[in-house]
Structure formats: C-alpha cells, structure tokens
Design a protein. Sequence first.
Length: 490
Amino acid sequence: MSKDLYIYNSLSRNKDLFQPLNAPFVGLYVCGPTVYANVHLGNCRTFMFFDVVYRYLTHLGYKVRYVRNITDVGHITSTFDDGVDRIGQQARLEQLEPMEIVQKYTNYFHEVMRVFNNHSPSIEPTATGHMIEQIEMIKKILDQGFAYEVNGSIYFDVQAYRAKYPYGELSGRNVEELYENTRTLDGQDEKKFFADFALWKAASPEHIMRWPSPWGEGFPGWHLECSAMSTKYLGEQFDIHGGGMDLKFPHHESEIAQNTACCGKGPVKYWMHSNMLTVNGQKMSKSLGNSFLPHELFAGDHPLLEKGYTPQVVRFFMMQAHYRSTLDFSNDALNAAEKAYERMMSAYESIEQCKPSTESDADISALEARCYAAMGDDFNTPILIAELFEAVRLINGCKNGQQALTAEQLTHLKTIMDHFLMDVMGLQAPEASADHELPNVMMDAVFAVRKGLKERKDYATADLLRDAFAERNIVLKDTKEGGEWTYEKK
Ligand code: AMP
Ligand code: ZN
C-alpha cells in the first residue's frame, strides 16, 4: 500500500513528491496569529488545516518539529508597510499595556485552538522574545550588501537583491506592476526603490513598542520575525512553510528574500498556502466586518446564524473542503455538515453492535489504501471523507443484515476510522467533546424546570430562577422549543 505524499508546492506550482531534507525529521513552520484581536473563524480554518498537516505527517511516522509563532510586535499589515502598529493601537484603545493586549488575545487564541482539538505546536516562539536574533539577521543582510540605513531605519535593497537572485518567484508578481499602489505609503521618501521593505523601523516618539538596536530605538519589520525564528529552530533550510494564501505576497516573498540574502540559499523546500474562508463570496476579515468569532458560532449568537454548532461540526465542515479551494460559510452548508458528522459518528460508535459473519466479499484493505491515496494527493480531506462514508455504508449494511463483515474486518474498519477521523482529521466522537456542550445541556434542564413551574402556575419560583441567573449576567429567554440564554456582561 503506497503512502506516498504529494504536496502542492506554491513555489514550483506542482504537486511534488514529499521527500524530507533529513528524514525521519520534518521541519514545519506556520505563520501564527497577530495577537491584537480575537482570532476569527477564517484564521481558524488556516490553523486547523495545518494541524491536519502536522497530524498526518506524524501519523506517517515522521518526527515533526512544528513551529508556529505568535506575532506580538506591532504588525504592519498593508501590502507595503504603512507604519501602523496594530498592537500599540489596540493598547491605546483598550487603555492597557501592549503586553496585556498580547496576553489577552494569546489566551483566547489558545482556548480556541484547544476547543477545536488542534495539537499544540512543538515550539511557539514570540517575536518579542527574539529581538536579538532579528537584529543579528539584519546585521548579516547589511554585511552582504542587501540592505541600507536611513535615519535609523534599515530597508531591504530589492534592486541589489534582484541583481543577484530572482525576486517574486513565489507570488509570480512583477515588481514594476505594484508601483501604482505604493506611492503614498509611509517611509516611501526614505526608500531607494519603492518595493524596498523595512527590516527595522526607527520608532517615532509616540510609538510604544520599541527596542534598542545598533541603529537606535525602533522595532523590527513584519517579515523579519518569521525568517529569524524559522532559521533558529528549523535551520537555514527546512521542509515545509505554511500560511494563508494572503500571506504569499509580500510576507512570504520577503521571507525568501531575507533568508536568501542572509544565507545565500532559499529557506523552504515546500511552500503551502491554504485558501480563504469566505462569507457570501467575500474573504472573512475583521476589517470587512464580516467575521465571526468561534464562540459566536458555537452559541449561534450572530445575525447571520440560524443556530449554534459544536466545535466538532465546525471542524468537520472545514474538512469537507479541500484546503486550496475557498470555503463559503452558510447556514445550509453547516446544517449539511452537522447531519453528515452525526451520521459518520453514529456509524463509528455502533461498530461494536455489528454481528460478525464468517465470510465476506468486502475489501477493507482497498478502502484503507484509498484513504491513504486521498491524503497522499495533497491532503485531500473531502475525498477522504467520501471514502470514510463508504466505511459508514458497510457498517450500516452490516447492522441491518445486508452486508457480511468478518470480526477481523470490523476491527480493521474501526482502526481506519480511528486513524483517519480521529488521529488525522482531529475529529472527536460527540461524548469526547461533550464538555463544550455541558453548559447547553444544563441550561436545557433549567428551561425544563421553568416550564414545569409555569405549568403549575408557580410564577414566583420561575421568576426567582430567572433572577438568580440574571444576577450572574445570564439572561434567560423562553421560546417555543424551550429557551435561549446569553451571557451579557454588565
Ligand atoms: P493574521 O493574524 O492576520 O496574520 O492571520 C493569521 C492567519 O490566518 C494567516 O495565515 C492568514 O492567512 C489566515 N487568514 C486570515 N483571514 C483568513 C480567512 N478569511 N480564511 C482563511 N485564513 C485566513
Ligand atoms: Zn510569517
């Protein structure tokens, strides 16, 4: 049975056979969140997908070092640097220390990753914890003649770099075409060439997050941290670098240029980019105002949502699309995912109830081989799910006496589902994720009691119950189906 893995490499624009640089070890770097706001579901799609990459490589027996950073320095987010420090800006808005902002949103991020059953990375380095490495990298790039200093800022010299190395290979962008968009942005007057980007920016007096450097007080450019931290923990060349499609340019293109300028070679063998979660065809993003927070989705607490969905259903929904396709968010799609997830899990949980036969015409090994083939074809989770529904069909057939399966085959089916549903896709059977549902289950009981009290016309006690919750900021609302509750901070 072949377990070959082909990965669509954004750099070669091909599905390349995965051959680690130093098997059985694999180095995997994924750009982490910028912690100035709650991660939204779009961000979660990307992190969930790379969790599957990590899980599958581990399942194949590789010893994976998975590095996912936390961007906790003011992240400069437009195509070219516009000088806005998001964390500093949020700190002013919330009247908190920048590091309180960083901690607050890192905590939320970790909680969300846990609820979605993502594995923790092997190393989660922060940009602020790697100032020395970043400054050292800038020094090397300066020494190689690919950067220059102006007024305490250091810029990457794209023209000097282009004279020696190709620039723009990953994104396929032609530098000249970008000229129109960049003229008005911050720092343009300091740059030799409009496409040069900051490795280090001198801090203006009002800039809060700042560090000493050989060039005066300032802060590192957005792209530098990933170059410095991936090199530190995975080496000058490593296997896989991932992130959302929107990071290809300028972030990853700049990473390649920085690493190559510093070390004389491209850093990454396989570049992987996952596609966007969209809402009505538009990229989900905080700035467009169309983003949902994970807990809004769980509670169904958003005008665009008809009801809530468990984290496992949301994960299943994400797995039903291939990572290089966009995935559009809709109530219909989520409802369909919920039904499919329940059908899958109830078959999984009922394997033990199947009566084994002594003979069977089913070919379970072929089914298993097709599961590996699906994952081996650039992590094709939707095909994998279709194959697992073939397992569901066999199990259900066995239960209603229409499909003979031997005891050995039933055990084999259970193993396949354990491997691919649980270990690889990171799904959990409903009771394993029940702790997230516990508040809802308890509130259902509260509504049942309230209904009983009202039927007995004991309105005083029913009100007492409502008021007791209200005191704890939980608002109860009776509905035809039972009731709804929301947590409302005073
Ligand atoms: P950021 O914190 O903005 O750097 O984003 C963290 C990760 O989420 C990056 O890999 C982005 O590419 C990814 N991302 C942002 N928006 C979306 C979206 N709508 N769908 C999928 N991934 C996204
Ligand atoms: Zn990055």
